[in-house]
Design a protein around this ligand. Sequence first.
Ligand SMILES: Cc1cc2nc3c(=O)[nH]c(=O)nc-3n(C[C@H](O)[C@H](O)[C@H](O)COP(=O)(O)OP(=O)(O)OC[C@H]3O[C@@H](n4cnc5c(N)ncnc54)[C@H](O)[C@@H]3O)c2cc1C
Length: 414
Amino acid sequence: MTHQSLHATDIASPKIAIIGGGLTGLFTATLLERAFTQNQTQEQNRSHNQDKPSSPHITVFEKSRSVGRLATRYRTDSHTGKNWQWAFGAQFFTAKTNSFQQFITPWLDTGLLQQWRAQVIDLTPATATETSDATQSSDRQKKEQWNTTQARYISTPKMTSWGRTLAEELTHTTIKFKTRVAPLAEYNHHLADNVDKKTELFDEDGASLGHFDWVICTAPNGQAIELMADSGFGEQTKITEAQMLACYTLMLGWDDITQLPETLNNLSNPSISQWDVAYLNESILDRIFIEHQKPAHAELLPSVTIHARNDWSEAHVDDDIESIQAQLLQAAQQALNWNNANTPSQIDCHRWRYAATLVEHKNKDNNSTNNQKSGILVDKQRQWIVSGDWCAQGNIESCYQMAKQTIEVLNKAR
Ligand SMILES: Cc1cc2nc3c(=O)[nH]c(=O)nc-3n(C[C@H](O)[C@H](O)[C@H](O)COP(=O)(O)OP(=O)(O)OC[C@H]3O[C@@H](n4cnc5c(N)ncnc54)[C@H](O)[C@@H]3O)c2cc1C
């Protein structure tokens, strides 16, 4: 049986494997289910066929136990029973296109997704010498409020909640957590010539995960390179064109709102009444997010998430995490001006090897030009698709756009 001559039942109910249970994988499964339901209903109406429509068999393989780079860490205070909570991956997302806006509307209606009208400031830390003088504080300037230009959204009560809900709402999809798919060539050395069969996937112990009509890989591009290496994937060189940059995240918590440094409790500068997000200048830090001021987060103990700059993180990606944490803490202290009395009681640090996307293409003079994103990569012959946020702008909206492109390819192939 060739891919071009699938039996009717295969076309009606194809077996689809999605590698990666992040938002690209979950959006793809959601849109696939919707597309099949819609197509089947149309076909039934056309043919007046009363048979129960057949459905796709979708399996998502996720190596971890959660939903990708949407990540929430929390810690419970043994005295109060309350939580500190940090969205240490994506903090928020935009919905610039009508299509994505429509897609998110049901969860906006239920309140799972909420608009974050954050007050944003520019923050320039006092210099290292100035911070030894307790009267010196960072320079803070009002920047904007996040609703005037472009709405930003968060998932509540946690950033992971949306991913979990998307997973629960899938009806024709099986999600296999803690299952790492092995590189496509590893257990099948004849795969490159094996175009007349469905693709058999294996886990890292060599156990078969089944045969699939379509394989959609949504892993970050460093992992996609490994997964597809030596597989004969027709677009392999294009995977390597995208580059993902690292990001270190610092998570800080205080026991009580009264213990927050003045830069955070907004009392020292009445002209900046309250801020939620700071963009940093002249620092190895990029942005500061005040978690307990987000919508539906008021129950939290004071929690602050800080992302380091991507270029700095990438340059230090293999450094010892304790030394990284010490440097980030020093930079945070400089930015937020805390002293012994208001040192954070909770300190944690996370390394993201693949956080942000940088795509470089060579122009005709062999110079690099940024941001010429290619979209999903398709090997029609083998029925393999390589997708992920990094195929576009590297954000949550990109995950949706790439899922939509995938559905268009599969629809055309029917
Ligand atoms: C620090 C940070 C800050 C960010 N801030 C923002 C922001 O403010 N706004 C925004 O829109 N976006 C932001 N992003 C980006 C956003 O998180 C991503 O665009 C989005 O989560 C990517 O989803 P994805 O499904 O494409 O990839 P991922 O979430 O990485 O999912 C891919 C999945 O594939 C799995 N996987 C990999 N290899 C295998 C294998 N062999 N077998 C099985 N599973 C495998 C991985 O475990 C992973 O769960 C941020 C990201 C980071 C890290």
